[in-house]
Design a protein. Structure first.
Length: 377
C-alpha cells in the first residue's frame, strides 16, 4: 500500500482505555507507513503533542463536524469511539469505513457493525463474539493494545472520583456544585501505607462491574487487616456510589484517588492490580500496563484475561466469584498474605512482547494491507 492515508476518529471527551489505545494505534499506523489524520474532541487533552510529520490533528466537537471536515473524495475512515448508526451509514456512502469494537458483543447488539464495511477488534475473545453475532466482515487478527505508560509526570494528588454525565439532570446539578466543594477539600499526595496493597487503575465504568465484584470479595479482604485497597480512576455517580457501598466494610483501608494521568507512578506502588469482572471487558488495558511495569495482576479466570495474564507468571487467575461466592479468591488472598511468592510479570518476556510497541506496528502494517485491498473499487 503506497503512502496510505487513514482518517482515524475518536470523539470521546474523556480518557479511558479506548483513548489510550487510539493514541498508540495512531502512532503505530504512522510508523507502519501511513499518513494519519486523527479527528478528536477539542476538550480532550490526551492528544496534545501527538501531531507530527505523519500525524495531523483535527478537533471536532460532534459527528456533524466530523462529516463536514472529512475529505470529499473517497477515503479510508477508521472509527474508535461510538458513532451513531446514521452517521456510520452516511460515512459508508461516501467512504470505506471500518470500525473498532471496543466492547465485547455480550448482551449487546452487533447490528451497527453490519453497517460498517469492516469490523476490527482487540482480542480473540471479541473476534469470536463478533462472528457469533453474525458480523461477516471481521478482521481475523486481534489488534492487541500495548502498555503506554509515558503519559504524564504529574504528582499523585487526591482528586474527585466522579465523572459527571452532562446528559443527566442529577449529574449536571452535582457537577455544578462539585467545584464549590473542591475549594474546601485538601489535596493530599498519595503515600503507600504498610501492608499488602491491592489497587484498581481504571475508569469506574459499568462494563468493569466493580461494585458487583467487590460486593462478593470485600468480606474476604476485610478478614485481613493488613490488606489495603487503593482506587485510581473516576466514574459516574451511581457506579462510584455503589462501589463505595461495596467497600464500606474496609473503612479507611479503601481510598479513592480519582483520575490520575501519571499511571507510571501508580503501578510500582501496588503489590497487585485487581481487574473487574470479565465478560463485558474487551481486553484489559490496565492489566497489560501493570505487567509491563512489573506489577502482577489478580483477575477472574476467563476471557479476555486469559489472553492477557499468564497464570502464575503475570499474576494469578481465580474462579469467577459469582460462581463460588469468592471462595477461590479467598484462598488465593490467604496464600498471598501467608507469603506466596509474588511473580514478576517482566520475566515472561515472550508474552509481554505480544503487547509491545514493535508488535503493534506489525499488526498495524497487516491491517493497512487488508484495508487497502478491501477499499479498492
Amino acid at each position: 500500500m503506497a503512502d496510505p492515508h487513514i482518517h482515524h476518529v475518536n470523539l470521546q471527551p474523556i480518557i479511558g482505555g479506548g483513548e489510550i489505545y487510539t493514541r498508540s494505534l495512531t502512532r503505530a499506523l504512522a510508523d507502519a507507513g501511513a499518513r494519519v489524520t486523527l479527528y478528536v474532541h477539542p476538550s480532550n487533552a490526551l492528544w496534545d503533542g501527538l501531531a507530527g510529520e505523519r500525524i495531523s490533528l483535527v478537533r471536532v466537537a460532534d459527528e456533524r463536524g466530523l462529516l463536514e471536515r472529512l475529505p470529499a473524495e473517497r477515503s479510508i475512515v477508521v472509527t474508535q469511539s461510538p458513532i451513531s448508526t446514521e452517521t456510520v451509514a452516511e460515512l459508508a456512502r461516501r467512504h470505506f469505513v471500518a470500525g473498532f469494537a471496543h466492547m465485547p458483543m455480550f448482551q449487546r447488539s452487533a447490528e451497527i457493525f453490519n453497517v460498517y464495511h469492516y469490523a476490527i477488534t482487540v482480542s480473540r475473545y471479541c473476534v469470536e463474539l463478533l462472528r457469533a453475532a453474525g458480523v461477516k466482515r471481521v478482521h481475523p487478527e486481534p489488534v492487541y493494545g500495548i502498555a503506554d505508560l509515558a503519559r504524564s509526570s504529574a504528582p499523585l494528588l487526591a482528586r474527585s472520583p466522579y465523572l459527571w454525565d452532562r446528559n443527566k439532570f442529577r449529574d449536571v446539578l452535582l457537577g455544578a456544585l462539585a467545584p464549590l466543594a473542591e475549594g474546601f477539600r485538601s489535596r493530599p499526595a498519595f503515600a503507600r501505607r504498610p501492608g499488602l496493597t491491592l489497587g484498581i487503575v481504571s475508569l469506574i465504568a459499568p462494563i468493569k462491574q466493580l461494585p458487583q465484584l467487590f460486593s462478593i470479595v470485600t468480606p474476604h479482604i476485610a478478614r485481613h487487616p493488613e490488606v489495603r485497597l487503593e482506587i485510581f480512576g473516576e466514574g459516574g455517580y451511581a457506579q462510584v456510589r455503589d462501589l463505595r457501598r461495596a467497600l464500606a466494610p474496609l473503612g479507611e483501608r479503601a481510598r479513592f484517588w480519582g483520575f490520575q494521568a501519571n499511571v507510571a507512578a501508580i503501578y510500582p506502588e501496588l503489590d497487585y492490580l485487581m481487574t473487574g469482572l470479565p465478560e463485558k471487558e474487551a481486553l484489559g488495558q490496565n492489566a497489560i500496563e501493570a505487567q509491563a511495569a512489573g506489577t502482577p495482576v489478580l483477575a477472574p479466570n476467563a476471557p479476555p484475561f486469559t489472553e492477557t495474564v499468564l497464570d502464575g507468571k503475570g499474576g494469578f487467575l481465580y474462579r469467577d466469584p459469582r460462581e463460588d461466592g469468592g471462595a477461590d479468591f479467598a484462598r488465593l488472598l490467604e496464600a498471598i498474605v501467608a507469603g506466596r511468592p509474588r511473580p514478576d510479570p517482566r520475566a515472561a518476556k515472550e508474552h509481554l512482547a505480544t503487547f509491545g510497541y514493535p508488535a503493534l506496528v506489525e499488526r498495524a502494517r497487516r491491517l493497512l494491507d487488508r484495508l487497502d485491498r478491501l477499499s479498492r473499487p
